[in-house]
Design a protein around this ligand. Structure first.
Ligand code: SF4
Length: 388
């Protein structure tokens, strides 16, 4: 594939829903106040879901967890209407992990030694209200063009950096690219000059939002590529609640599992959605039954419009500890957060002072800091997030 000729092409989401009015017509309860706000001020962070995803909700329940994943709330809308990015701590930011400081070429981030992150798509099959990369969907953020991998500069950077052995393909949603587009992209990454990249990891929430996209053909493309190139394909799913794993989702996971692909999951701990030991236990157990390894439980980032979805760190640790008492060894996710300092493992509470969170640097930009332990006092600092 000649990279000059590469152009991303996307699959179409069947029966997309982009307005609150449509949701209201489908029978979602308690929409009146939101409809008034939408009419008056618009939706700053767009709405996108589908009739399929709505079919998994209890439409009569305004607190339904899947509804809260994709439908804006009053708290969210008020946060945007009062948006003042100079008050970042109070209102959040659009780049909570400092991703712009890791940009090495358009669409390519390199933060830690062996892993690079490529943004290959600015299209999703649903828009999560807590999305930490929502800036790519906001014209005003100046980041709407971030998802531009592959391009010449990015490939040159990868060629030179032989220490990179893993590339994470994300966005947006990696699997919203069409099969042909994915094949072209994989072809570019199979070039001899990129032999040091031995693992290609896809980040995708398609299994929850649009599992019908995961066809036998897609799985065969991925498996054939592994066999042809010797590179390992890994898939990182993103689930927050067991209700996302409906029969069609399970079918898509079983296709991956049956083909022997490595699949693991990342979950964000979200107030009102999965802030409960039983809910998390059900989610992780159901995933494990279908070959998906729970990998990370992430602290919700302080993103503009999502601050109300954060759970206090102390509470998060307490939930996590109870969860660990019930999960079997390999199914225990790591409780972590991605801060500007790097990825931190949230280890636990100090045995003598419950206000002190014990953190361990899981990955650090300064490689020699990896593994170092930190103590974070929530009585003197933000109780939800470690700012630097
Ligand atoms: S699927 Fe991923 S990129 Fe898309 S809105 Fe959700 S969190 Fe953001």
């Amino acid at each position: 594939m000649d990279m000059e000729k590469y152009k991303p092409r996307y699959v179409e989401l069947p029966k997309p829903i982009t307005t609150l009015r449509r949701l209201s017509l489908l029978g979602l309860a308690d929409m009146e106040e939101l409809l008034v706000l939408e009419k008056e001020y618009g939706l700053p962070f767009p709405l996108l879901t589908s009739e399929y995803f709505v079919s998994l909700m209890d439409i009569k329940d305004p607190q339904d967890p899947l509804r809260q994943l994709v439908v804006p709330t009053k708290e969210e809308l008020n946060a945007y209407y009062n948006m003042d990015v100079s008050q970042q701590k109070e209102r959040g930011s659009f780049d909570t992990s400092g991703e712009h400081t890791n940009l090495k070429a358009p669409g390519l981030q390199h933060k830690y030694g062996s892993t690079a992150l490529a943004l290959i798509s600015n299209v999703c099959a649903g828009l999560c209200r807590e999305c930490f990369r929502k800036r790519i969907f906001f014209e005003e953020s100046g980041a709407a063009n971030e998802a531009t991998f592959p391009n010449e500069k990015a490939i040159e950077y990868l060629k030179k950096h032989k220490e990179i052995n893993t590339i994470l393909l994300s966005g947006g949603d990696a699997f919203m690219l069409s099969d042909d587009s994915l094949l072209d992209l994989l072809d570019i990454l199979a070039d001899k000059t990129l032999d040091h990249i031995t693992t290609i990891r896809f980040g995708s929430k398609i299994f929850a939002y649009y599992p019908q996209r995961v066809t036998q053909k897609l799985v065969t493309i991925l498996k054939d590529y592994e066999q042809k190139t010797g590179k390992c394909i890994q898939i990182s799913t993103h689930f927050e609640h067991a209700n996302e794993l409906g029969p069609e989702c399970i079918k898509s996971l079983d296709l991956l599992h049956g083909a022997g692909l490595i699949v693991y999951n990342q979950t964000v701990l979200l107030n009102g959605i999965n802030y409960d030991v039983d809910m998390l236990y059900n989610l992780f157990s159901k995933m494990a039954e279908h070959g998906v390894r729970p990998y990370y439980l992430f602290q919700c980032r302080p993103v503009i419009g999502s601050m109300h979805q954060q759970v206090p760190l102390v509470e998060g640790v307490k939930i996590y500890n109870k969860l660990m008492q019930r999960m079997s060894g390999v199914h225990k996710p790591l409780y972590a957060m991605s801060t500007k300092l790097g990825k931190m493992q949230i280890v636990g509470l100090h045995p003598e002072n419950e206000n002190i969170i014990v953190l361990r640097r899981h990955s650090s930009k300064k490689i020699e800091d990896t593994g170092k332990v930190l103590f974070y006092d929530v009585s003197k600092n933000d109780p939800y997030w470690v700012y630097t």
